[in-house]
Design a protein around this ligand. Sequence first.
Ligand code: F6R
Length: 248
Amino acid sequence: MRIIVLKDRKAVCAAAAKRVAVFVEKDKRAVLGLATGGTMTGVYEILADKYRRGSLNFSHVTSFNLDEYCGLAQGHKCGYNYYMYHNFFRHINIREKNRHIPPASGKNSGDACAAYEKKIRRAGGIGLQLLGIGTNGHIAFNEPGSSFCSRTRRVKLAEETLKSNSRYFPRCAKLPCYAVTMGIGTILEAGELLLLACGNKKAAAVEAAVKGPVTTDMPASILQLHPKATLILDRQAAGKLKTHNWKF
Ligand code: F6R
């Protein structure tokens, strides 16, 4: 597990965008795993800017998102379909047929989730996966207690996640209690993992994920066992690591 600590969120997003850009440039059939949430918007802004300036092309890229809420109306402003389109997809030239969001509408049947997994495999597997981390250590919506072998499936969101994500839902919109998420087993199959964390609210989860035991109680701790996992943290998120050996 490689850990990079940078000054602030701006620097974290810039470093992550740089890694994504190199991956997209080098890999002729780049398969990206994408995340949503507040941390990621800065990364997408920088990548969209690179595309606008003509320095990055996404026409050969295939993407798979980590998760989507269940029960939201099509095009709901708090859904991750909307988030991805407005923050990223509409600004770049990724093909519509190449972008994928987990199947959270309809009955969320096991078949639709299995089909999502199949699409990932058919695309050749995810080369680079972006990840955020919840204050409870979740990755994607794999909440504490999720099996390390889990695959794409419907899950119940933890109380802490509901509380934390209510900030993204205006009063008029009810935060769904269920979501469809890629599993930890699915995520671990990606060639490279890039986890971003910013702000002191993430410091305890980052400390437990990096220094604690590898346990399903702290889903992000499994990154300790991935051969190519990098954490890019701002100083606040790294605040409890108490070491001076990281790269600033
Ligand atoms: C979203 C996702 C979540 C978030 C995490 C952090 O696709 O997978 O695991 O990455 O909840 O969210 P923010 O960045 O909003 O703190």
